[in-house]
Design a binder for this molecule. Sequence first.
Ligand SMILES: *[C@@H]1O[C@H](CO)[C@@H](O)[C@H](O)[C@H]1NC(C)=O
Ligand SMILES: *[C@@H]1O[C@H](CO)[C@@H](O)[C@H](O)[C@H]1NC(C)=O
Ligand SMILES: *[C@@H]1O[C@H](CO)[C@@H](O)[C@H](O)[C@H]1NC(C)=O
Ligand SMILES: *[C@@H]1O[C@H](CO)[C@@H](O)[C@H](O)[C@H]1NC(C)=O
Ligand SMILES: *[C@@H]1O[C@H](CO)[C@@H](O)[C@H](O)[C@H]1NC(C)=O
Ligand SMILES: *[C@@H]1O[C@H](CO)[C@@H](O)[C@H](O)[C@H]1NC(C)=O
Ligand SMILES: *[C@@H]1O[C@H](CO)[C@@H](O)[C@H](O)[C@H]1NC(C)=O
Ligand SMILES: *[C@@H]1O[C@H](CO)[C@@H](O)[C@H](O)[C@H]1NC(C)=O
Ligand SMILES: *[C@@H]1O[C@H](CO)[C@@H](O)[C@H](O)[C@H]1NC(C)=O
Ligand SMILES: *[C@@H]1O[C@H](CO)[C@@H](O)[C@H](O)[C@H]1NC(C)=O
Length: 531
Amino acid sequence: MRTPMFCTAAAGVLSIASASPLKPRNNGTMVYEFTDLTPSPELNWAPCYDNFTCAYLEVPLDYANSSIGTTNIAFIKKWSQNSSAEDILVNPGGPGGSGVGYIMANLEVLETKFGPQYNYVGFDPRGVSRSGPSLDCFPGFPIARNIFDAEMFTAVDDSTESSLAKSFQRSAAFGKWCTEVLAINGTAQYAGTVAVANDMLHYIELRAKELGHPPEEAKLWYYGMSYGSVLGATYAALFPNRIGRLVIDGVVDSEDYYYNGWRTALETTDEDMKTFYKYCYEAGPELCLFHQNATSPEELEKRAIATLESLKKSPIVFADPATGVAPVIVTWQDVIAIAFSISYSPISGFPGWDLVLTGLEKGNATLAAISTMKAQILVPPTENFQDSRTLIACIDNAGRFNTSTFETYEEHIEYLFNQSYYGGPIIGSIVGPACRSVNIYPPESQLFKGIPSANKTSNPILFIGNKLDPITPLSSAKKMSSLFAGSEVITVDAVGHTTSGLCSKCLDKYTMAYMADATLPPPNTVFWLQY
Ligand SMILES: *[C@@H]1O[C@H](CO)[C@@H](O)[C@H](O)[C@H]1NC(C)=O
Ligand SMILES: *[C@@H]1O[C@H](CO)[C@@H](O)[C@H](O)[C@H]1NC(C)=O
Ligand SMILES: *[C@@H]1O[C@H](CO)[C@@H](O)[C@H](O)[C@H]1NC(C)=O
Ligand SMILES: *[C@@H]1O[C@H](CO)[C@@H](O)[C@H](O)[C@H]1NC(C)=O
Ligand SMILES: *[C@@H]1O[C@H](CO)[C@@H](O)[C@H](O)[C@H]1NC(C)=O
Ligand SMILES: *[C@@H]1O[C@H](CO)[C@@H](O)[C@H](O)[C@H]1NC(C)=O
Ligand SMILES: *[C@@H]1O[C@H](CO)[C@@H](O)[C@H](O)[C@H]1NC(C)=O
Ligand SMILES: *[C@@H]1O[C@H](CO)[C@@H](O)[C@H](O)[C@H]1NC(C)=O
Ligand SMILES: *[C@@H]1O[C@H](CO)[C@@H](O)[C@H](O)[C@H]1NC(C)=O
Ligand SMILES: *[C@@H]1O[C@H](CO)[C@@H](O)[C@H](O)[C@H]1NC(C)=O
């Protein structure tokens, strides 16, 4: 294997932060906002964002009943030199992640992985960013949403009976509020994953028409990361004979996603974080500030946990107008959220974790404070990521995971905390119990039943999993592969979430070969990625 290096821009996959903004600057011919496009039931491509074309596609809210109305889906496309090249549709994860934003920011990642000879198509799935139906629980009041979400999605605190009771009550508020607000439009229930899978089928049929090919034979070419694996697996289960290529990277256990409130997601989160202490120890006190002549990685981890735990009794006040951020009381919950988000991309994140921890151990919470969601509370968000993420997960779950009593809630939280110190408090907050008062259910035609699987697909699926992934453990990739006949898993001996941010010529060789002619790697392919 060649020595890999770290490539630019990691994905916003199952992420706890939102994607970066694009400044609109419409000058007539070139479009910089989807609202400047007229929605159309055909693919009306218009030049947009300098290097791309965009289409605002009008689709039925419910493909099973056209009288319910329509909504609009934002598509962006980067054409290759060859105008009849295959379109690879991309989903960056979430749920709630914007495919339009991903294509604009990460084209190089895609062209490196699969080659420049394809067209890359990003779209905002239903309920996300530029696409309808709206899942905005605070239309016109983005700062109110910041404040509400910072409270709602704060990590679960199980340190006392009363803090846990408060977390339990909090888990009901999001659904109560959003259900009522969204009832005004009455269309939120059409934003589930089954509907999005149907949008993808609809898209490839329209594309086939453009090319003069029979629509009913069109096949999907797709790259999905993280939650994008749920979308990919759902599509594959619904339309197994309409698969051209399907690459799924950072594989979610779709059964757990649809039924269980993400109970299998955190198997390797803590092992992922442990690598920080290992690498810090190996790097030595010169390169890793937190080291301070420790005699083992275990000692480092013990000091880190003691520092974090001390925040439970003594949160640190941070109030410094000179920093330009809102005053923050830095709690254990805030810092756990920082750690969990860092576990997604260790290579870029660990140096920051080193500084955050070193500061906190000395009672200096400056870096921790400015890294919290609370510090940004007065900055209008560019995208409504968090509400979309939670609501889409809840719509897909459709009430099948039920923590409406304190006892069931307590069991679930204990289960997650047992599984992961860093991930349990976050996953226990942002999904699962957060759905317990969301009374928005998909229509029968968009309810996924059973477990995504297929005994025969028109082309085999390629799954990719990292050995230590903090939110999509390798076991999920193996499980999903076992449900799709003929599929294979490539295991990458890497730490972090998905391979989107990793640069590996070895992996690229496999992904390119697969795109070229559906060649799969030999069974049980594992390769090592050195940082
Ligand atoms: C604005 O439009 C003109 C054509 O009307 C084009 O030449 C120019 O490049 C555009 N500017 C930008 C920033 O896209
Ligand atoms: C368009 O492409 C140029 C040249 O590759 C690049 O510098 C620019 O950032 C791109 N613009 C967008 C919006 O991606
Ligand atoms: C389709 O939707 C309309 C409007 O909501 C409803 O009146 C009608 O019964 C539905 N038709 C079917 C076949 O479900
Ligand atoms: C363009 O793409 C089509 C579809 O993949 C392919 O059949 C054709 O050979 C390509 N043409 C060139 C010049 O690469
Ligand atoms: C209802 O839908 C419209 C159009 O998508 C949107 O602008 C508005 O914010 C939505 N209202 C609510 C309460 O979500
Ligand atoms: C670590 O050891 C070096 C060499 O003995 C010493 O100079 C340094 O002060 C020590 N650092 C700490 C934080 O104890
Ligand atoms: C706290 O940490 C910040 C960031 O590293 C630093 O700029 C600041 O000087 C520190 N404050 C004190 C009192 O040491
Ligand atoms: C959840 O469980 C409670 C108590 O067992 C029950 O009353 C409620 O109807 C259930 N909710 C759903 C959506 O199934
Ligand atoms: C959590 O772990 C403890 C100690 O191993 C065990 O007794 C308990 O049953 C576990 N709880 C759950 C819900 O799995
Ligand atoms: C696959 O085949 C098994 C055994 O015949 C059957 O029980 C199962 O329902 C099939 N699954 C699908 C998705 O068709």
